[in-house]
Design a protein around this ligand. Structure first.
Ligand SMILES: NC(=O)c1ccc[n+]([C@@H]2O[C@H](COP(=O)([O-])OP(=O)(O)OC[C@H]3O[C@@H](n4cnc5c(N)ncnc54)[C@H](O)[C@@H]3O)[C@@H](O)[C@H]2O)c1
Length: 430
């Protein structure tokens, strides 16, 4: 029988909780810990603190089978485990640089709670700049005088399909301090049939940033090309179809829209820009990726103004408040600047999202939240579709014409078929 690992997960956010449920479903024994007491209570009751397809069922099963438990003290998480995953947040500081504070605190409390001579493997799963495991985590463990191994194992799950991605990753990157650490982690991931790259700590940290920088750059490049296509009067989709015939160009992530958001791309690209600049290399291309992303949403509002004139007193439906469909995560959602700008221009904004209304109301309380697409569209002068929820993709010209006072619609995620928008003043970027 394959070995069962005992894994502690520190930080039960989207990454930590999904990882915990995935390991438990693969037969490992998992102990979860989070400093947030409410979060611990919710997870213990089988309620994920955020919306993620399939996670609640997976969590309930893991708790029922007693493969996952949540503890109230870091001591219990450390004592019961052989491998400790650090999955805490690495947010941006106001200057864009990475805030290493939560990781430092988590590693410090692991080191403090480690009271025996058992050798454990500490794995940094949080997205951290190259060198962080060596400069932040390792010294804290060394200072505690505990016998440890250290690794970096960046996470590539996509919110909205997080559990599926964690259960069936398309690659695993293991940055390790020794071949022994690699063996331990390979055994842990034994049921994942995908390429595994074993490398050093800094390279593993770099792979995550390089991936996010490339993906964010693809989105901004697609937006730039689509904006140019708008000027040429050319359909970007047709252009992309032609471009994608070149085997060197993968069309994924080349879909234009109102820009990228979420908890990863903006903060990770900002962190690269800040750390590169601090190290004497200013990454101007990445600066441009961010700058274009910051202003891309304005094109959606400009279309409404072109069609409606002054927006004062106009009622605008904002469909999709999360940063994308299938999640309730509103971090860096493009719905935030869109709503703020519309309100600054005097519009009345009716917002709807299948899952993200609660989180969004804290960010832009002036938006009138409504309970359905129909309610949002009713009497509206304009509509911006901001997130690619499947429920929105079935909207037809009849819906817009039947409900809106002025059927002026911007598809900010390219999920509606323009050929089916007869009678609607319809725009999508590119
Ligand atoms: N969310 C994603 O889609 C995603 C994908 C890949 C990688 N990542 C990276 O993974 C990391 C975690 O992301 P997330 O979205 O889950 O973060 P998050 O901030 O939503 O959740 C982190 C959790 O850690 C807890 N925490 C903070 N300090 C702690 C401590 N000292 N001890 C115990 N718990 C503590 C917080 O209470 C919170 O519940 C980040 O570095 C992120 O960039 C995120």
């Amino acid at each position: 029988m394959a070995t069962v690992a005992t894994v502690a997960i520190v930080g039960l956010g989207p990454v930590g909780l999904t990882t915990a449920v995935a390991f438990a479903s693969q037969g490992h024994r998992v102990i979860g810990f989070d400093i947030d007491e409410n979060r611990r209570a919710e997870v213990t009751q089988g309620k994920p603190p955020f919306y993620e397809k399939g996670l609640e069922a997976g969590l309930k099963k893991a708790l029922r089978q007693k493969r996952l438990s949540v503890v109230d003290r870091m001591d219990d998480a450390v004592r019961g485990s052989g491998i400790i995953f650090l999955c805490v947040g690495t947010p941006s500081k106001p200057d864009g640089s990475m805030d290493v504070g939560p990781l430092h605190d988590a590693a410090k409390s692991v080191a403090t709670a480690w009271r025996d001579e058992k050798t454990r493997t500490v794995v940094v799963k949080s997205t951290v700049l190259p060198g962080t495991a060596e400069s932040v985590v390792r010294p804290l463990l060394q200072a505690a005088g505990v016998p440890f191994r250290i690794a970096v194992n960046p996470e590539f799950l996509r919110e909205g399909r997080a559990l599926e991605d964690a259960l069936r990753p398309d690659r695993i990157i293991l940055g390790v301090d020794s071949p022994g650490t690699a063996r331990i982690l390979r055994a842990l991931y034994r049921s994942s049939r995908c390429p595994v790259l074993v490398t050093d700590l800094r390279t593993a940290e770099s792979v995550k940033y390089a991936t996010n920088a490339l993906l964010a750059a693809k989105v901004s490049l697609a937006n730039e090309l689509a904006n140019l296509c708008d000027g040429f009067g050319v359909d970007y989709d047709e252009v992309l179809r032609g471009v994608a015939l070149d085997p060197r160009i993968n069309p994924q992530f080349l879909v234009p829209g109102v820009g990228f958001g979420g908890s990863c791309f903006p903060k990770d690209v900002r962190a690269l820009v800040a750390s590169g600049t601090a190290n004497g290399y200013r990454p101007e291309l990445l600066e441009a990726v961010l700058a274009l992303n910051e202003r891309q949403f304005a094109r959606a509002i400009a279309f409404l103004e072109k069609e409606l004139g002054d927006l004062v007193g106009r009622r605008i439906a904002l469909l999709g408040l999360a940063f994308k469909g299938n999640t309730d995560d509103v971090r860096e959602s493009r719905a935030v600047p869109i709503a703020r700008e519309l309100i600054a221009k005097g519009a009345i904004v009716a917002g709807y999202d299948p899952a993200a209304m609660k989180g969004f109301s804290k960010l832009v309380p002036e938006v009138h939240l409504v309970n359905s697409v129909e309610e949002a569209l009713k009497g509206a002068d304009g509509c911006i579709l901001q997130a690619d929820w499947p429920a929105f993709s079935g909207l037809t010209a009849k819906d817009f014409r039947g409900l809106m006072t002025n059927p002026v619609v911007v598809d900010g995620r390219r999920i509606l078929d323009p050929k089916k928008m007869r009678g609607v003043r319809f725009h999508r970027i590119g």
